[in-house]
Design a protein around this ligand. Structure first.
Ligand code: FAD
Ligand code: FES
Length: 476
């Protein structure tokens, strides 16, 4: 079967459908894949372009080895559920391969080993704890000691895992699906079997929110999930081999190589942390650790974390929500799509219970309290910030308070972009992201361009903004 190029449609009228899927990342596309033979009319709307979220910008590991998460999942959920989580993700590896074979998707799929490890003896215990979790749940692994190639002191390996180019997978899968896809069509509102997108209404029988972020009005979600950002770089030449690594000494570092380039990344942090200093450290480490490699490109990406380490896939009001892959969505998105199928077929499964929104562990865990305290603390701190206004350096930004209200100025040569940096979602003060040159919300991850245009929710409106030249701005 030849790969077709997908032609996205333009939403220029009100429409009706059996299933509306919001978000064209892996979750949305895989749901469409599972449902396409069951429903006559499936519509996907995407605020940006297919695969433009975390799905098209990740490290491409298809694995059930999820960093150091098993020890946490075991502590909170016990051995039986942890084993089920592992089995779901193992099944997902097979499921993704079947899709690639069915449509002959050219996405550089390759079977590989997945390895987690530490470079220093000091952190050996982290791996030992993860191995204990594998043992409790009867998960197959092999110990790695003194791996010279990656300088890993101690680690654990899962065999028969894989890697791919997730962006190619998304856009090629989209071209084969029997669905209508509307790009540049953000959902603005959802109510009573209706979504408002751009200036049109879409009436649905069933709706799946595969957006990672939940709609504006569902404030509860912002207490049980939080966005984490990481940096990635594509380097050339690639030291291609059949292993993928995740090292976690003081900071998490991830690596995966393909024919054309090598992806390295890490520096996971909450948006309330100082992301600009993380970005500087990442840049410094790239040069120190890979002095002979050319940096082809760098970017940042965000994924949503749930405090009890399991995804959420459940019916909520008259739609289904999918979120919280804790940075492992390539396989979890597949499991989520099967769970959606269970829900729509009204079938009880253990998988459904595992990802349920009603599970008590979502709030009954220590992370829930401490992380919500962090958000609250940031909100209070941001209100106490009293910088005085000054003209920033070229391509830099400053923030300041005017009559107790926060504003930001970004400078591009002689032009100044002034925005109101009080987040229209729940009122945190936005921070400037020096790497991506945009304004980020440290509380729940909304992002805005230097002109104040919304890039990513949960906020759903642009910032108040104005443009002027340096000469026009009269400062006291
Ligand atoms: C740096 C990094 C590396 C990672 N590496 C790996 C890895 O190697 N292996 C792995 O398994 N996982 C990895 N992940 C996690 C994985 O990328 C994500 O979990 C997964 O892509 C999430 O898929 P998704 O479809 O749910 O979300 P997304 O891909 O983010 O898709 C959501 C889509 O919804 C759209 N959208 C949002 N709001 C609206 C709206 N209001 N209206 C319409 N559309 C909207 C967005 O534009 C986006 O396209 C990584 C994540 C990061 C951040
Ligand atoms: S306050 Fe929630 S995204 Fe900004």
């Amino acid at each position: 079967m030849k790969n077709r190029e997908y032609k996205a449609l333009k939403l220029n009228q009100d429409i009706e459908c059996d299933v509306l899927i919001v978000g064209a990342g892996l979750s949305g596309l895989l749901c469409a894949y599972q449902l396409q033979d069951l429903y006559e009319k499936i519509v996907i709307i995407e605020s940006d372009e297919i695969g433009s979220g975390a799905s098209g910008r990740n490290t491409g590991k298809i694995t059930s080895q999820h960093g150091f998460n098993y020890q946490e999942i075991l502590k909170i959920h016990g051995a039986q559920k942890t084993r089920l989580y592992y089995e779901e993700n193992q099944q997902a590896i097979k499921g993704i391969k079947e899709i690639i074979d069915r449509y002959e998707i050219e996405c550089g799929y390759q079977e590989k080993k997945a390895i987690i490890g530490v470079k220093s003896k000091r952190f050996k215990e982290k791996v030992e704890n993860e191995i204990m979790a594998y043992q409790s749940c009867e998960i197959d692994y092999e110990i790695i000691q003194n791996d010279e190639m990656e300088n890993i002191f101690y680690g654990a390996c899962f065999k028969k895992q894989a890697s791919f180019d997730p962006y190619q997978f998304c856009i090629q899968l989209a071209s084969h699906l029997n669905v209508e896809i509307y790009e540049h069509s953000p959902m603005m509102k959802i109510y009573h079997h209706t979504v408002e997108a751009v200036s049109h209404k879409i009436k649905y029988q069933h709706c799946i929110l595969a957006t990672q972020v939940m709609p504006f009005q569902f404030k509860f979600f912002y207490t049980i999930t939080q966005p984490k950002q990481s940096f990635l770089a594509a380097l050339k030449p690639s030291d291609k081999n059949d292993q993928m690594f995740l090292c976690e000494d003081e900071i998490t570092k991830t690596k995966n190589s393909s024919d054309q380039f090598m992806l390295v990344g890490g520096y996971d942090h909450l948006l309330s942390d100082d992301s600009n200093s993380k970005w500087q450290s990442f840049k410094r480490d790239l040069v120190l650790e890979y002095p002979k490699h050319r940096i082809l490109s760098t970017w940042s990406s965000q994924d949503y974390m749930v405090f009890d380490y399991l995804p959420i896939v459940d019916q909520c009001e008259d739609f289904i929500v999918i979120t919280g892959f804790n940075k492992w969505g390539n396989t979890n998105a597949y499991s989520a799509s099967l769970t959606v199928l269970d829900i729509l077929k009204n079938k009880y499964t253990e998988r459904r219970e595992l990802f349920s929104l009603k599970r008590k562990t979502l709030v009954l865990n220590k992370n829930f309290l401490s992380e919500n305290f962090q958000v609250l603390k940031h909100l209070i701190e941001s209100k106490m910030n009293h910088d005085t206004c000054q003209i920033p350096e070229n391509h830099q930004a400053v923030s300041f308070q005017l009559e107790h209200h926060p504003y930001g100025i970004y400078r591009q040569n002689e032009t100044l972009y002034i925005v109101d940096i009080l987040c229209p979602h729940l009122g945190c003060t936005l921070k400037f992201n020096d790497h991506d040159k945009c304004w980020d919300c440290p509380c729940h991850g909304s992002r805005f361009s230097i002109e104040g245009k919304i890039i990513k929710g949960p906020a759903n409106v642009d910032l108040h903004h104005s443009i002027c030249t340096i000469d026009e701005l009269k400062l006291d």
